[in-house]
Design a protein around this ligand. Structure first.
Ligand code: BG6
Length: 488
């Protein structure tokens, strides 16, 4: 992290190829992120943004469609004039992933764009495609000679899921590495692009207030939560194969855990090594007592009656897929002996929130609710809350009081969307915000143990009403240790 001598670099001229341009992620996050970067003056001076999809679109039709998506989903405010400056950079290539000819013509288009924009062959491929199409796209990129593993100016951004277990993740990795070399590959975990997540290490290491209490000596335990009020949202085909543990625990939660538990890295590049040390030290045991999984049933979201998971379109009416997962992890390093990490995630919980809460040790026989805490709020309302115990005025009683740092109040502006930072960093060739192959594998090793246990013990699946705090088994997991989840 550079301190105050920071001078912002602008990426060099580049051709961007977006596979899966008509998909949900591209419409809601990627196209808007490119626009927001352009609006902020952070796109290269010369670039082409090439959408690849099967639709019968002319360039004009593509631009009109993209405009609508950007208008609806951009962060920085839609400005006709800005868009009219950006639109000439948009191109569309019609094609399907199984068709060699589409890729031959794509090659020609990329070469032409490279000459026009003087990119020297600098290309960013963004693979936002369904898992089933992934091998085809990589094969075609390889066969057509578009992918060049020896060209350091080529980069590829790869969207999750990275497999559904260690074995499939390894297969996927060797497939990508058959077309691109390791330094060219940027695996995405969009949580690492979130502003508050990027601020976790600076807050911890630049402020003795936090550094001094960051260990089991002062902390009782750590709770990391990623909760959503939304349900499966039309993604049942993917979600039925994944479930909450594979969808969020394996990646976002394990990344948050490793950032929280890591030792101090030497510069940005050391972060990955430090995270790997944590992941290798994670111990899970007695899973019948230290894990919980659940599936939502019919209930309410914000006063609206919503379906149970098994009634969602495309879901097997007898599905055993978890929509909630919780896990206790011991990090076996000198810093964390006796201070466990509790992770939970779920859909159709009372609200959308993501936070890392460090729960401080209480004095003597303090009740759980009377422990102080430091809460890093990732979303919504980014910031840090320090919860302390204070005497009630005029009483002899103690109560929790809050000291708060709020991004909104302090910085008066909206933070960039995670994808803005991730795309910018990939264009600049900065890799620290992207999990390495080894990190991904280490966390699969943990999740595989959990999934194996759940497979062998189907009765561990517990149910919870949509809009509730999750299954009772999750509360029990904490109660066994004399602890409680924070309120969602
Ligand atoms: C994605 C998961 O990785 O993260 C989704 O596939 C989940 O199921 C999403 O909804 C949550 O991200 P965010 O940024 O909305 O918290």
């Amino acid at each position: 992290m550079e301190k105050n001598d920071y001078a912002r670099k602008i990426p060099e001229p580049c051709t961007i190829v977006l596979f899966g341009v008509t998909g949900h992620l591209s419409r809601h996050k990627l196209l808007p992120a490119f626009y927001d970067l352009f609006h902020r003056g952070l796109m290269p001076a010369a670039f082409d943004l090439l959408g690849f999809a099967r639709r019968e679109w002319s360039r004009e039709e593509f631009v009109l469609w993209a405009k609508k998506e950007i208008e609806q989903n951009c962060r920085t405010g839609f400005d006709e004039e800005v868009f009219s400056l950006m639109a000439p950079h948009f191109y569309f290539a019609k094609g399907t992933f199984d068709d060699e000819k589409s890729f031959e013509s794509l090659k020609g288009i990329i070469e032409g764009a490279s000459k026009d924009q003087d990119t020297e062959g600098r290309t960013l491929f963004y693979l936002s495609v369904p898992p089933a199409s992934f091998p085809q796209v990589v094969e075609r990129l390889k066969e057509s000679g578009i992918a060049d593993p020896k060209n350091p100016l080529q980069k590829v951004m790869v969207e999750k899921p990275f497999g559904r277990d260690l074995e499939s993740a390894r297969k996927l990795d060797s497939l990508v590495k058959s077309a691109f070399s390791s330094p060219q590959i940027f695996r995405i975990d969009h949580y690492l692009g979130k502003e508050m997540v990027q601020n976790l290490l600076p807050l911890r290491f630049e402020n003795p207030l936090f550094t001094s209490l960051w260990s089991a000596e002062t902390l009782d335990h750590v709770q990391i939560s990623v909760a959503e009020s939304a349900g499966v949202e039309g993604r049942s085909a993917y979600y039925e194969q994944a479930g909450a543990a594979r969808d969020v625990l394996q990646n976002h939660l394990m990344q948050l855990l490793s950032l929280t538990a890591m030792e101090k890295p030497e510069g940005n590049e050391g972060e990955r090594e430090r995270k790997i040390e944590v992941l290798k030290s994670c111990k899970i045991e007695n899973l019948e007592r230290t894990s919980a999984r659940g599936q939502y049933t019919e209930g309410f979201e914000g006063g609206r009656l919503v379906k149970g998971y098994r009634q969602e379109e495309g879901v097997n009416p007898f599905s055993l897929t978890d929509t909630f997962a919780a896990l206790k992890i011991n990090v076996d390093t000198p810093r964390w002996q006796g201070c466990p990490f509790y992770l939970r995630t779920g859909k159709r919980l009372p609200k959308r929130t993501a936070e890392i809460a460090l729960i401080l040790k209480g004095e003597g026989k303090e009740k759980e609710g009377m422990k102080g805490s430091i809460v890093f709020k990732i979303q919504p309302n980014e910031g840090v809350d320090v919860e302390i115990l204070s005497k009630l005025p005029g009483e002899k009683l103690m109560r929790k009081a809050r000291m708060g740092f709020s991004y909104e109040k302090e910085f008066a502006g909206k933070s960039p969307e995670a994808y803005e930072d991730l795309i910018e960093d990939a264009m600049l060739g900065r890799s620290s915000l992207f999990p390495s192959e080894e990190e991904t594998e280490c966390s699969w090793k943990i999740i595989d143990q959990l999934e194996d246990f759940w497979n062998q013990n189907p009765s561990t699946l517990d149910f919870y009403k949509a809009g509730s705090r999750g299954p009772a088994s999750s509360d029990k997991l904490m109660e066994r240790d004399g602890r409680k989840w924070r309120k969602l």
